[in-house]
Design a protein around this ligand. Structure first.
Ligand code: COI
Length: 356
């Protein structure tokens, strides 16, 4: 699908901006959206001219397939502003590739690369004042695709909508994050859709997560569906364990999201001489390490959460607290990664993307 051809984009500007009414210091993640959104329809076998229009509700037939069969996939990306007012994104090509991998698994037609980047660049330039300078400020970008064809026959839609909406963001989690290791519930199974950013993967986590919340946890670390004896991912984050000075994370497969922050961290660890083992992580190994004091850290990685330390975990009624470290890997990698994202350090790997 590589195609650099310039495309037309229909642009209709908002008459007024909400910008002045936003309290950028007190943002709750994902609640405020910018003035414009991108929308592109798939009809008669092809993607039509992308439109950028004022942000607002869309109208869909109640029988649209997305409502009945969950044919929907999404991505999460961020844009950052440096001190020279330049706007940067982090590895957006990887998000583009991944939304098409997710789309394919959900029988959704792939979106063309030139549509994606030209529409995204145009939208971000229009919303540039929504991207605030300063470490920790970002614009969270949510591309998504839904099946819009009316009709409740259980088959893939013929019509779709690809949209991009944007939300100014600070941190995803406020305060400490405690996790529960899943004992019965699963997020994904072999041969399933766990590796895709399919909307249903997230919705399916809400009920078990609510139960975990009642016990005082914010998130679940999912275990493998067959035996519940290997730790997999946190659902909104991939997960890393530090035993002594070695990092351990589970390999990607058809159950695990191929996280962009995850793989960037593995690269950064290797070039900073921190040992990373990408292998299965038995629950028992982590319990043993917590008991003998060799478990130093657990942290999650993701676009929204960046790198989020876990302060404790629970399993089969037992609670374990993690030590508070002054030299944590979570802090070390978060700083390294964010300096690249905010154009404050060298970008050896070509991860930054300048919005032009
Ligand atoms: C992201 O990190 O962008 C995610 O997709 C997690 C999200 C469900 C908030």
């Amino acid at each position: 699908m590589k195609n650099d051809a310039t495309i037309d984009i229909d642009i209709k500007r908002a008459l007024t901006s909400k910008l002045d009414s936003i309290d950028f210091e007190n943002l709750k993640f994902g609640h405020i959206f910018t003035d414009h959104m991108m929308t592109c329809d798939y009809e008669n076998g092809s993607w039509q001219t992308p439109k950028i229009m004022p942000y607002g509700p869309i109208s869909l037939d109640p029988s649209a397939k997305v409502f009945h069969y969950g044919q929907a996939v999404f991505e999460g990306m961020k844009a950052f502003k440096d001190d020279q007012d330049q706007i940067w994104m982090f590895r957006p090509k990887d998000n583009f590739n991944r939304i098409n991998i997710s789309a394919k698994r959900m029988a959704i037609p792939e979106f063309p690369e030139n549509f994606f980047f030209q529409a995204l660049d145009t939208l971000l330039k229009m919303e540039k004042d929504w991207i605030k300078k300063g470490f920790g400020n970002s614009l969270y970008i949510r591309p998504f695709v839904i099946a819009t064809e009316p009709g409740v026959s259980a088959s893939p839609g013929t019509n779709y909508k690809f949209m991009i909406i944007c939300s100014p963001a600070k941190s995803y989690y406020n305060g400490e994050v405690r996790v529960k290791f899943s004992e019965n519930y699963s997020r994904a199974a072999d041969g399933g859709v766990g590796y895709a950013k399919a909307a249903g993967n997230y919705g399916a986590q809400f009920y078990p997560t609510n139960l975990a919340k009642e016990e005082g946890y914010q998130q679940i670390i999912w275990t493998d569906a067959n035996t519940h004896s290997f730790l997999e991912e946190a659902g909104t984050m991939n997960i890393f364990f530090r035993i002594n000075d070695t990092l351990i994370t589970t390999p990607t497969n058809d159950r695990i999201l191929d996280g962009i922050t995850r793989k960037s961290l593995i690269t950064l660890a290797e070039e900073n001489d921190i040992k990373v083992e990408v292998r299965k992580v038995p629950v028992q190994e982590i319990l043993d390490a917590a008991k003998d004091g060799t478990l130093k850290e657990i942290f999650g990685t993701g676009t929204a959460a960046v790198i989020n330390p876990i302060s404790g975990f629970g399993y089969k009624g037992e609670k374990h607290e993690l030590p508070v470290l002054t030299d944590s890997y979570a802090t070390f990698f978060k700083d390294k990664l964010m300096k690249i994202q905010y154009n404050l350090s060298e970008d050896k790997h070509g991860w930054r993307y300048l919005v032009k």
